[in-house]
Design a protein around this ligand. Structure first.
Ligand code: BDP
Length: 684
């Protein structure tokens, strides 16, 4: 048969596909920050054959462009200094590179570290590196429901396909594991803190086992959120009282069943007596009783309990004070495998909050911080808000627990109070969208969380730069302006949503848009914006000083006094701690009202600037991601104006002052804005 030399349509299609693969022109964001060339064929020498070491070696073989690498696990004293997951990278006189660690996990992290250095162009000169993670347990929390929906998720449905498991294993699980391992995440809570008892059925545990098996070689442990009333719902008991003998036995049996399937299971995350969920208080017991009961069941298997401090009741007391009031009396009484998981701020993941006073206050109990990576209160996946700056703001805050220099980071990483276990959690922004996070630039928040969990001394800026370089391009003309934009982005959101310490001005039906006016008949007062802003004709803000709720007393001196006095209070938190007169003189010389207007305006102007920056970046990156981000910035710019107009026009009713004439004028009518009702699921 005569061979036809002219290319057919099929040939052309194939060629086009190869072209796309080779140049990486089709950039849908699926590869995240892991876009390195995989045809390197490096020499990697290792005698370790465990699954984790094999992954480390293969990653290097495919991507490392430099001299031969030798991987070895050693148990020498010098290695022990770096803990079980640390590593040392050296170069010998023959120019061979060695990665040495105390475990295969350390080799994996060492391999990803080396590859990151290569990807950001920093693997030059003689390598002499030693690293160990600051936190022992570095977790993502998925608020994924078993039906595939995600609470506060903005990137599609859950990646966990419970219906298909255990038969079908989605390729996503491995990709997920790899991405997390590359930034040092070593644990994941698979299901929503608003947990259904069903997650602990034997059928479900078989499915969890499969996910655990995929994640294990990547050194990622699986954890579950549990529902406190499971012994009743699943075990047929008539109580879930943590001091009841049968209840205790039920948990012990259940835990045993889990460990038979998943020998390295991490433990439980618990939301109890919070927002209507069951807990020990339903049976006249305490958080201490509940946490210790579970801890006792988990301890023989080396599992941990992460007991959340996110509790508040519709009482007269200030919501911001409640977690502290409820938990500090138990300090020192929890079993050693209990950690108290505390949101970064005292209320609820607002665009800006001061740090929770529980950090530093509970010194005999390991306290872990919970950040939100998903942008529940920062514009969902429509708004650009790089959160590296927000995580750092909290971690670097000084609690003064042991005098100056007692940062939240040190109070939680085990170093300040000498705890053996330490952990940090981030509520994931991951869904089944092709690009994982909805907004391409929101991938940076997942990345930054992982990098800071590994090393909280890194700067938000350096993290943003390394992320941009790996995710987009090594062209400085792109990296510098985009990093600058990212670094300003969270402050921009704070400015156009809730500047100067304002909080919870969100709409009732969703946490996307503004409704500072929101009134709902019969609603819990602490779910309404007016509870928080307290605007009236004299001024605005929540008086938490010693003349008000005295929440300031929960902080250590001298911070307590600093927050307490209006003149010394950081203006970023002014309306969090004080009810301030409209004519109060700010440090800028402006009145409070004028300053508020300036902040809102600045927020809007910042987003306009981001649009300009981004539009000028078109030549440097692929058209697909460029257009995607451009479209989202347009939404953000419109939303920013919506926020500004809604808040200023509403607060103007009380301030009765004009918006400074040099600022952009409102373009909406308040009455129209009040009519906006977005169709989004409700859960306050
Ligand atoms: C709030 C969310 C809600 C969560 C809750 C929590 O609105 O969906 O269930 O926090 O953290 O921010 O438990």
């Amino acid at each position: 048969m005569k061979k036809d030399k002219t290319p057919t349509a099929c040939h052309l299609l194939l060629a086009a596909c190869l072209f796309l693969v080779n140049t990486g022109a089709a950039e849908n964001g699926h590869r995240l920050w892991l876009r390195a060339d995989t045809s390197a064929q490096a020499t990697v020498i290792t005698s370790h054959i465990g699954a984790t070491a094999v992954i480390a070696a293969n990653e290097l073989r495919k991507q490392w462009q430099g001299s031969p690498v030798i991987l070895s696990v050693k148990n020498t004293l010098s290695i022990k200094d770096y803990g079980n997951e640390g590593f040392i990278i050296n170069e010998n006189s023959q120019k061979e590179i060695s990665i040495t660690a105390g475990s295969e996990a350390g080799l994996l992290y060492g391999a990803y570290h080396l590859l990151r250095l290569q990807a950001i162009g920093a693997a030059i000169g003689t390598l002499n590196i030693s690293e160990a993670p600051k936190y022992k347990i570095r977790l993502l929390n998925h608020w994924d429901n078993l039906d595939g929906t995600i609470e506060r998720g903005y990137a599609g449905y859950s990646i966990w396909k419970w219906d298909e498991l255990p038969q079908t294993i989605s390729p996503r699980y491995k990709e997920y594991a790899r991405a997390n391992a590359s930034i040092g995440i070593n644990g994941t809570v698979l299901n929503n803190v608003n947990a259904t008892p069903q997650v602990l059925t034997s059928e479900m545990l078989q499915k969890v086992k499969i996910i655990a098996e995929v994640l294990r070689p990547y050194n990622i442990k699986v954890y579950l959120s549990i529902n406190f009333s499971s012994p009743m719902a699943l075990g047929g008991l008539n109580t879930a009282d943590p001091l009841d003998k049968d209840v205790r036995q039920w948990w012990k049996n259940k835990v045993k069943e889990i460990y038979q399937l998943i020998p390295d299971f991490g433990g439980f995350l618990v939301k109890a007596n919070s927002e209507g969920l069951p807990g020990p208080q339903d049976f006249g017991r305490t958080h201490l009783d509940g946490a210790n009961m579970l801890a006792e069941a988990l301890a023989p298997h080396k599992g941990i309990v992460m007991w959340r401090a996110f509790v508040y009741h519709p009482t007269d007391t200030d919501r911001a004070k409640q977690a502290y009031q409820e938990f500090t009396p138990f300090d020192g009484k929890f079993l050693p495998n209990v950690l108290i998981q505390v949101k970064n701020g005292p209320i609820d993941f607002q665009p800006r909050e001061p740090f929770s006073p529980l950090f530093g206050a509970m010194q005999q109990t390991p306290v872990m911080s919970e950040f939100q990576i998903t942008q529940e209160y920062l514009g969902f996946s429509n708004h650009l808000a790089y959160l590296g700056t927000m995580y750092k703001e909290c971690l670097d805050s000084d609690t003064y627990a042991h005098g100056e220099g007692s940062s939240v980071a040190k109070a939680t990483d085990g170093s300040l109070f000498g705890h053996k276990i330490s952990a940090i959690a981030g509520v994931a922004n991951i869904g089944e969208d092709t690009n994982w996070c909805g907004h391409h630039l929101a991938q940076a928040n997942w990345y930054a969380f992982g990098r800071l969990a590994w090393n909280h001394t890194l700067s938000a800026e350096s993290i943003s730069r390394e992320w941009i370089r790996q995710t987009f391009t090594d062209n400085e003309e792109f990296i510098t302006p985009v990093a600058e934009m990212m670094m300003q982005s969270r402050e921009a959101v704070v400015n156009y949503m809730m500047p100067m310490g304002l909080h919870h001005l969100f709409a009732w039906g969703h946490h996307y848009g503004p409704e500072p006016w929101c009134e709902v008949e019969g609603a819990r007062p602490d779910w309404l914006p007016s509870y928080y802003h307290k605007a009236d004709h004299t001024g605005i803000g929540f008086n938490r000083s010693s003349t008000g709720s005295n929440a300031v007393a929960q902080y250590f001196s001298p911070l307590r006094e600093e927050f307490n006095h209006i003149q010394s209070c950081d203006e970023r938190y002014l309306l969090w701690f004080h009810h301030v007169a409209w004519d109060y003189r700010m440090k800028s010389g402006r009145t409070l009202w004028d300053e508020l207007c300036y902040h809102y305006d600045k927020g809007v102007q910042s987003v306009r600037k981001f649009q300009k920056i981004w539009d000028s970046m078109e030549p440097y990156i692929d058209a697909e991601r460029f257009a995607h981000v451009q479209a989202r910035l347009r939404i953000q710019a419109r939303d920013a104006v919506w926020w500004k107009d809604a808040c200023l026009l509403y607060f103007q009713i009380f301030s009765m002052r004009h918006i400074p004439y040099e600022l952009e004028r409102p373009v909406h009518d308040l009455d129209d804005l009040k009519k906006i009702k977005l169709n989004m699921t409700h859960h306050n």
